[in-house]
Design a protein around this ligand. Structure first.
Ligand code: PLP
Length: 452
């Protein structure tokens, strides 16, 4: 029943694996054509915020498609885009009050970076053009977004097409020399940003782009409480725009609508994607304050990021129904409450062989596997531990998200858990039981005994 390349006409994402054919989704579960179920503990790729088969969203999409499916964003506006922009602005921190809609996270990152560049150019400071990003990081796979991402595995084929982005180390406590404990560690406190800006010259830097809580790149690492306030203060002092990429960590998943909220920090530009439409339609957003958009309004007159499907009526209707459902069913608060349960139960994994760390906030968790727990030494990359674990989990009926290459020397194996916001207590228990089952399968493969 499973399909694989080259059996069908589909150019699959991976050309050397079998694909079960999914025929239905319901809540946190997916069902394939053989009747096998999969507990979707990653919402696909951090997308299915409401779970599968939500009738409110399905109805809203059908209603909008019947009314009007498409108008071009340069010629017309419509209710779905107007209402969704208002909903998102009401939830956004600070003065972020204008929203530009696109289809994917990569497009939103491209648009946010171009907005930063255009802003400085149109203000009469064309030299402010460099971007600073963290390492490791991931911001998408189109060329500018890929340039901003510190991801050697995705970049190696296209190195000579990418633009130069300056890097500072991500506040990644588990792999930091200070192990996250250094009171004056310049990486974990944010001081490294100031050093980079001074080195480059602040009049050459347009923006810093970063995820407030690490997504797949640092496996749900939450920076110290002082990190983002310090970064914000440094950006203010050096007139550098702070772009918060909340495509993965935003929209309530970490227990607050914006992942930055508990840090008391407001970015200059924010990107959203994935969970804002729950996967019911491709949708992403760039939020910016009038003080930035106004510079373009008085200058060139538009953001030079024309895309046929921006501000799309059906995608916006899906987003509007998703965001309203999250608000009306108090699901952000639920992420916070169920997040406590999730992390409490996942802590059981900590004593198991090769489980180096379990971390995260709300319904976003990362489980890092290492060869030696004491020294935090990663597995050799050739073992493909995270990929094999993910396959073992899927065979057992559990969907998790793998990440590799984030540790020194291009090593590193972790999997992420990010269930739909409606996940129940019992489903969390089942996620943990299936994770243990997948780990046992892995330990049999690599020949290590399971001891609790
Ligand atoms: N930014 C972050 C933080 C992401 O995690 C991703 C995707 O995983 C993107 C941007 C790119 O989004 P997309 O895959 O929708 O283009």
């Amino acid at each position: 029943m499973a399909l694989s390349y080259p059996d069908s006409n589909v150019f699959y994402r991976k050309l050397r694996r079998d694909y079960p054919r999914i025929v239905r989704g319901d809540g946190c579960y997916l069902y394939d054509a053989t009747g096998k179920w999969y507990l979707d503990a990653a919402g696909g790729a951090f997308v299915a915020s409401l779970g599968h088969g939500n009738q409110d969203v399905a109805d809203a999409i059908a209603r909008q498609a019947r009314l009007v499916a498409y108008v071009n964003g340069t010629a017309f506006t419509h209710d779905a885009v107007e209402e969704l922009a208002s909903e998102l602005v009401a939830l956004a921190p600070g003065d972020l009050d204008k929203v530009y809609f696109l289809s994917s996270g990569s497009e939103a990152v491209e648009a946010a970076l171009k907005l930063a560049r255009q802003y400085w150019r149109e203000l009469g400071e064309p030299n402010k053009r460099k971007i600073i990003a963290l390492s490791p990081s991931y911001h998408g796979n189109t060329m500018l977004a890929l340039s901003a991402s510190a991801r050697a595995n995705y970049q190696s084929m296209f190195g000579d097409w990418l633009v130069d982005v300056r890097r500072i180390p991500a506040p990644f406590a588990y792999h930091c020399e200070c192990r996250g404990l250094g009171a004056d560690c310049n990486v974990c406190t944010g001081a490294a940003l100031e050093e980079a800006i001074v080195r480059e010259g602040s009049d050459s830097i347009a923006a810093l782009i970063a995820e407030p809580i690490g997504g797949s790149s640092t496996g749900a690492t939450v920076p110290r409480p002082e990190y983002w306030p310090r970064v914000r203060e440094i950006c203010n002092r050096h007139r550098v725009l702070f772009i918060a990429d909340e495509i993965l960590c935003g929209a309530g998943r970490t227990g607050t609508w914006s992942a930055l909220e508990p840090f008391g920090v407001v970015p200059d530009i924010m990107t959203l994607g994935k969970g804002i439409s729950g996967g019911y339609a491709p949708l992403s957003a760039v939020l910016a304050p009038e003080r930035i958009v106004d510079v373009l309004a008085r200058g060139s007159g538009s953001l030079l990021h024309a895309q046929t499907f921006s501000h799309h009526p059906v995608a916006c209707a899906a987003g509007l129904a998703t965001v309203r459902h999250i608000r009306e069913h108090v699901l952000v608060e639920r992420c916070s409450a169920m997040g406590i349960t999730l992390h409490d139960r996942l802590a059981q994994l900590k004593g198991l062989p090769h489980v180096g760390d379990v971390r995260g906030r709300g319904l976003l968790a990362g489980i890092e596997f290492v060869e030696d727990v004491e020294t935090r030494t990663p597995f050799p990359r050739a073992l493909g531990f995270a990929e094999a674990f993910t396959e073992a989990a899927q065979a057992a009926g559990l969907v998790v998200w793998p990440n590799v290459g984030h540790a020194p020397g291009g090593r590193g194996d972790l999997v992420m858990v990010a269930p739909p916001y409606i996940v129940t207590d019992e489903e969390i228990d089942e996620i943990v039981a299936l994770l243990v089952q997948a780990l046992e399968a892995m330990l049999r493969t690599i020949g290590t005994g399971v001891t609790r």
